[in-house]
Design a binder for this molecule. Structure first.
Ligand SMILES: Nc1ncnc2c1ncn2[C@@H]1O[C@H](COP(=O)(O)OP(=O)(O)O)[C@@H](O)[C@H]1O
Ligand SMILES: [Mg+2]
Length: 215
């Protein structure tokens, strides 16, 4: 599938538009998506970008890493699911994978309940958009295998979750609330460890840092 489809396909009736029926309520998120993927912003989006980031120029390159501070019911999990589906369906990772290997868009949620919410958002996006449904090969309780050798997987936070995956993108929902291991002292060492390990995985797959193509 073409990488020319941008995440701002939120306007495309055949893609994400049904989820954005009241455009005004999504204005800030659209500005965020444009900034994240270095897409051309409207004047209004640029004004939001400046207000929220304090920066005076729009990004020239897609972000390699983004951290968001958002309130409850802000739309975090849905936008995370949208980004996951977009990164899984509209980018080509096979040149980084050995035959038979799958790239994983790995999502980690604070707990299994939050993971289920995200699975539902992803399932809805994949099953209500015919163009994306065609990509689906297999669905399990926490994973979606796509025919482009990408799997979207959603896990509750745990020290073990990231082992053994070829991670092409990692999305962490409410990372500030991830459980930590009491045996380790210091300022959130587990979270930093988890982040470093995810980054290692992504680097190993020749991920964004080399290709400057994805998160
Ligand atoms: N900006 C928005 N405009 C309209 N509906 C929104 C917006 N943000 C979130 N929602 C809706 O609010 C609900 C909660 O969204 P969710 O992504 O689960 O929130 P969070 O993870 O931040 O708590 C969903 O039904 C979502 O579609
Ligand atoms: Mg949520």
């Amino acid at each position: 599938m073409s990488t020319r489809v941008t995440i701002l396909a939120v306007d495309d009736a055949n893609l994400f538009a049904p989820w954005f029926r009241e455009p005004a309520t999504w204005a800030a998120w659209r500005a965020f998506l444009a900034a994240l993927f270095a897409l051309k912003m409207t004047n209004d989006q640029f004004a939001i970008f400046k207000e929220c980031t304090g920066r005076s120029a729009p990004p020239q390159q897609p972000a390699t890493e983004a951290w968001l501070v958002c309130g409850r019911r802000a739309g975090k999990s849905f936008i995370l699911a949208l980004c996951a589906v977009y990164l899984a369906c509209f980018f080509e990772y096979r040149r980084h994978l050995a035959p038979g290997e799958r790239g994983t868009v790995l999502i980690i949620a604070t707990n299994s309940k939050q993971a289920r919410v995200i699975v539902r958002y992803i399932r809805a996006l994949l099953t209500h958009i015919p163009m994306l449904t065609k990509l689906m090969e297999r669905e399990t309780a926490d994973a979606f295998d796509l025919s482009n050798s990408v799997t979207i997987e959603v896990h509750p936070a745990s020290a073990k979750t990231t082992r053994g995956y070829v991670v092409v993108a990692a999305l962490l929902d409410e990372v500030a609330f991830f459980p930590t291991d009491d045996r380790v002292s210091g300022p959130d060492p587990d979270k930093d460890f988890q982040r470093q390990r995810l980054m290692q995985h992504i680097l190993q797959t020749g991920g964004y840092y080399r290709q400057r193509r994805w998160l």
